[in-house]
Design a protein around this ligand. Structure first.
Ligand code: FAD
Ligand code: UDP
Length: 367
């Protein structure tokens, strides 16, 4: 039997933040159990066989508006400034996303684009961020027609592939992640800080977990080891329904299958990511060298194929799923030494900075 102050289940951003704070902030002895054979959760990166830095679980770009989170993570990494660009293949053209005034001009005849641009500015104001489902409710018939076009060309096909649901069958916050921008900002994210960890995410995680009070055991499933561990406090960052043995049924998660390729040419595509809203079974293709800035005679890409079965990557934000989650949450509220934190345990569509923020507040030890 191992006795420990604090057990952390999962070594992703949530688990690593909690472990670091418990060890460095409270001077507690921490054991981290991770069932995969590496740290970093879905944000992990590694070199492929040709030595190109790739993200096995899909492209991860760090962006935040929180100075606190930026400063906290800066203790463990330097940053390479990086502003991600995404192009969408629409009607045979590659146009910028989020849909913005440049996209409008690329897809519409000049006079019509100009007229719609003026209407958008008059209605919403310059620099506004308008979720597509809101634009569809515009009072103006012209803007509603534009919204229907953007809905059909950008959102409907992609969302149906990605989630197996139409945009309006999901919380409006999902498509609002990629709002229509009333300006000419071609960057995919608009956060004040956008960067990649200079030596990669796995190096960042290594530094977070490199503390004399922290022991990390990878390749070890909590459910198989828990009888041999006695911890005063447990932080669990896996799926909450799994913890309760799916007592009320499974919380729906959407999965992806990743098809990684190494290509013997220096560049593959004209932007970090190309989205395919209307064709193919995959949603997008990302070329990692844009993200890392790495120079290499080969390049590495990944295609994302949405799937109903597989690793739980995305909670599915819908009212009935939230109700089911709340039932699990009620069980959790009656526990006295276990805390549920993270994208899987909180059933929240967190970005990395939000996962860190929620872990910092959930473990109760300020950064
Ligand atoms: P996870 O990273 O999922 O970590 C949970 C860990 O717990 C896993 O390693 C898992 O193996 C482990 N675990 C689960 N059960 C057990 C068990 N029983 N025993 C032991 N270990 C267990 N965010 C951004 O900010 N920018 C992006 O560009 C971005 N891109 C993304 C692209 C994709 C395809 C996906 C899926 C997500 C993306 N995200 C992005 C979100 C980001 O991945 C999450 O915010 C972050 O990884 C959440 O961290 P976490 O620690 O909560 O969860
Ligand atoms: N989306 C879309 N078309 C696109 C890009 C995004 O319909 O070209 C929708 C889709 O529903 C997607 C959501 O917006 O799941 C959020 O997109 P984001 O790029 O943030 O997804 P993530 O990177 O989290 O997979």
């Amino acid at each position: 039997m191992i006795k420990i102050d604090c057990l952390v289940v999962g070594a992703g951003f949530s688990g690593a933040t909690i472990a670091e704070r418990m060890a460095a902030g409270l001077n507690l002895k921490v054991l981290v159990l991770e069932k995969r054979d590496h740290i970093g959760g879905n944000a992990a990166d590694r070199l492929n066989d040709s030595g190109i830095l790739i993200h096995p679980y899909g492209p991860h770009i760090f962006h935040t508006n929180s100075l606190r989170i930026r400063e906290y993570l800066s203790r463990f990494t330097r940053w390479r400034p990086y502003e991600h660009k995404v192009l969408a293949q629409i009607d045979g053209k590659l146009v910028p996303l989020p849909f913005n005034l440049n996209t409008l001009h690329a897809l519409f005849p000049a006079a019509e684009a100009h007229r719609l641009e003026q209407q958008l500015i008059n209605q919403y104001g310059e620099n506004a961020r308008v979720p597509i489902l809101k634009l569809r409710e515009s009072d103006s018939e012209n803007l509603r027609e534009l919204a229907d076009y953007v809905y059909r060309k950008v959102f409907l096909g992609y969302t149906t592939k990605q989630w197996g649901l139409r945009p309006e069958e999901l919380s409006s916050s999902v498509t609002a992640r990629v709002p229509v921008l009333i300006n000419r900002d071609d960057r995919y994210f608009q956060d004040t800080f956008q960067a990649m960890p200079s030596a990669g995410y796995t190096a960042l995680f290594r530094r977070m977990l490199d503390h004399p009070n922290i022991t990390v055991r990878t390749g070890e499933d909590f459910f198989l080891s828990r009888n041999q561990i006695r911890a005063r406090r447990i932080f669990y960052t896996g799926p909450i329904d799994a913890y309760y043995d799916y007592r009320f049924g499974r919380l729906p998660f959407r999965s992806l299958h990743f098809k990684h390729e190494n290509i013997s040419q220096e560049r593959f595509q004209p932007a970090g990511t190309v989205n395919f809203p209307n064709d193919h079974d995959y949603t997008r293709c990302t070329e990692f060298k844009y993200l890392s800035g790495q120079r290499h005679p080969d390049t590495a890409i990944v295609w994302e194929y949405p799937a109903a079965e597989g690793e739980p990557y995305y909670p599915v934000p819908r009212p009935e799923n939230e109700s089911l989650y709340k039932r699990y949450r009620q069980l959790a509220a009656n526990e006295n030494n276990i805390t549920f934190i993270g994208r899987l345990a909180n059933y929240r569509y967190y970005n990395m900075d939000q996962a860190v923020a929620s872990a910092l507040s959930g473990c109760g030890v300020a950064a």
